[in-house]
Design a protein around this ligand. Sequence first.
Ligand code: UT7
Length: 320
Amino acid sequence: MAMYSKIAGTGSYLPKKILTNIELESMVDTSDEWIQTRTGIVQRHIASDGQMASDLAFEASCRALDAANLKAQDIDLIILATTTPDMIFPSTACILQEKLGITDGPAFDVQAVCSGFIYALATADMFVSSGKSKNALVVGAEIYSRIVDWSDRNTCVLFGDGAGAVVLSQSEQPGILSSHLHANGGYSKILAAPGRISGGKIQGTPFIAMEGNTVFKFAVKALEEAAIESLAANNLKASDFDWFIPHQANIRIIKSTAHKLGIPMEKVVTTVDRHGNTSAASVPLALDLAVRDGRILSNQYILLEGVGGGFTWGSILLQW
Ligand code: UT7
């Protein structure tokens, strides 16, 4: 009997503090109207000073474990996607493991920026469907408010903090049907936080720098191509899947992609209005929302997609 990996539970967490566009108007030369028409974002959540990515990840993970009816002790693999780790090392995955009170099973971070969760889930699928792991915890957790230059209106209005998690378990029923991952480092400079630490000092700028327009065009093309690739590999048409959950960076990117693929917006899960761009956390946050509000039903086909710095992009098709 073929072994699949299947999502057994989802969870998410958003920090309490909400930063609205109106509040941003008093911080930089921007307007609620500009932000909403150009991006679809109305508000974003911001972590408190003492919160780390592992804290957000911990809350989301506990909720995913509850939903899966499992205990932390049942987890034998942790893969955590983040661009904003707690520290240089140990990995945020190891810090999360300690917070969960478990002491065995591999735990590591994945750095693929806004595609991080897609990379992490695709990797976990390899472990679980091959029988190497029984129950994997796959997390996207980000605190972008720490790497945003709050005086740069080009970027500070776009991002937010949060975490989403899933438990991926062995199953005889189909779950993850395919994953496709891509990267092209030739585009590394159009979206980067190019700072580094050397000799105890920060070298270069540790803030996000982005060529917005170039990234926008790249994202629409990559999301469209990845969807076509996934559908072809599974012998499906765009009309066959029930939910499209792309990375949440800008409602215009999402709408253009859906339009090109012929997917009605009613089948697209969107959170960018309330969360902003939470990078690796955006897809699991949106997935958890749609699972908990009852939109996602058993046996439905769901296409998850990510695109982001690197550049990296990819898709996962799954049956719920
Ligand atoms: O996860 C992947 C990461 N990032 C993304 O996916 C973001 C992709 N890019 C985008 O979402 C869009 O390119 C932006 C939202 C960043 C910008 O939208 P745009 O329609 O591409 O605008 P633009 O870059 O062409 O800028 C238009 C104008 C500029 O002024 P001028 O030069 O035309 O006078 C900007 O200076 O808007 C100005 N501008 C702003 N104005 C008010 C840029 N940011 C702001 C702002 N408020 N916050």
